[in-house]
Design a protein around this ligand. Sequence first.
Ligand code: FAD
Length: 156
Amino acid sequence: MDSRTFRDAMGRFATGVTVVTTQVDDETHGMTANAFMSVSLDPKLVTISIDHSAKMYNQIKQSQQFAVSILSDEQMDVSMHFAGQKDNPAAVEFDFVSGIPVIRDALTAVVCNVIEFYEVGDHTLFIGEVLEIKLTDGNPLAFFGGKYGSYQLYKW
Ligand code: FAD
């Protein structure tokens, strides 16, 4: 099986879109990510999967903290900026939760301390213990088959 087939297959799993942020020496770094999931309720744990070629990998290894901001359907430009797809610094505004930068107006911001990390293939899974959460109302940005979209609720 080639990598394209694997990517196409995984791309059929519809996800939300997040921006992972961290801070090293007072400098903020952000990166778009959809490999995010909730892991445990007690204790409250989440995980993100970061490519070893991403700058974010070394940033989180240094800071041992990260935040995950779940984007709304009005923040596609934010996702594209932090994925390096389309430069739009004007779309970037940070708030601070427990001293960690998060994306302003995101649906949810989850701030974590890294408690474990697992190098798996060409990515590392960082397990974060949740320190704080900020919630905002809105609708999610979706990602499916390599394209952005919006989520639609069925009425029944
Ligand atoms: P860079 O490529 O240097 O940074 C990314 C962009 O963010 C650059 O444009 C940079 O200018 C900007 N930026 C960073 N910090 C700031 C700041 N403080 N202020 C303003 N702009 C800033 N990769 C993964 O490893 N895991 C995933 O789960 C994952 N999911 C993805 C999901 C989607 C929908 C997409 C589109 C991409 C995903 N990627 C994922 C790929 C990842 O987003 C890109 O490879 C990204 O460019 C890697 O970022 P980097 O840390 O190497 O930093």
